[in-house]
Design a protein around this ligand. Structure first.
Ligand code: 6GU
Length: 227
């Protein structure tokens, strides 16, 4: 997996790269690189954004700046690129990320993530230079960087070698293995704390019964969610 993140704040990702599963994924061959729009702007004094035509608050990331950064990175017309590679604009109005979309993205050989800032992208970026618009939920963040980290986190942890235990990603919340339902509850020592006991079945050593109990718990949580 090769992920290119286009951003105005590459240093924001330093902490993210230190995460164990991210470092593991990189050690196992994944690649995470950053392109700073500002390094490629054709405008004077590093300008990357501008005020919106028609007026209004905030600043908009310019279409010519995004194009220049993409041309610098890929050496070709971004309009053609978007038909061959997942080029994903991070924008609050996009398709909302879920486990199925994470699986879909994790199966790609390469991803390009475009972070917006300020009021977001000039609409022509979204119309002509991307294959996908992706949101991490129905609320507004000040920029796409946190959203890009969310996407990278969710995708990279699905890759072989990212987590210590490969089974962890097969049967987890919202996975196909659990029929899309949330995961069952987990407990660890102590078996009792302030009178709060761990369910007996988990201490029973009966693997078939434990499994049945877990799937039942997951189903119940799924039902509760849709009520
Ligand atoms: Cl992808 N970007 C921004 N700016 N805000 C968001 C988002 C993305 N997803 C949810 N809120």
């Amino acid at each position: 997996m090769e992920i290119d993140v286009f951003t105005l704040f590459p240093p924001a990702f330093a902490w993210f790269e230190g995460q164990r599963h991210v470092a593991n994924a990189i050690a196992a061959g994944a690649r995470l690189e950053y392109v700073d729009y500002r390094d490629h702007t054709p405008l004077r004094s590093g300008q990357v954004d501008d005020t919106p035509f028609g007026g209004g608050a905030g600043m908009v990331l310019r279409v010519d700046v995004v194009e220049a950064a993409m041309r610098a990175r890929y050496g070709r017309d971004p309009v053609e690129l978007a038909s061959e590679r997942r080029v994903i604009a991070l924008t609050p109005g996009g398709r909302v990320l879920d486990d199925a979309l994470v699986d879909e993205l994790a199966a790609e050989p390469a991803l390009t993530l475009l972070c917006g800032r300020y009021e977001g992208f000039d609409e022509r970026v979204l119309e002509h230079m991307v294959s996908d618009r992706l949101s991490i939920g129905r609320y507004v963040l000040a920029g796409g960087e946190l959203a890009a980290m969310v996407v990278c986190d969710a995708v990279l942890r699905k890759l072989p070698g990212a987590l210590g235990h490969e089974g962890s990603v097969v049967e987890e919340s919202f996975s196909a293995a659990l029929g899309g339902a949330p995961e069952y509850p987990h407990y660890t020592r102590p078996a009792e704390h302030r009178g709060w006991r761990v369910p007996d079945v988990l201490l029973s050593g009966h693997h078939a019964r434990i499994r049945e109990w877990r799937l039942e718990q997951s189903r119940m949580r799924g039902d509760a969610e849709t009520e």
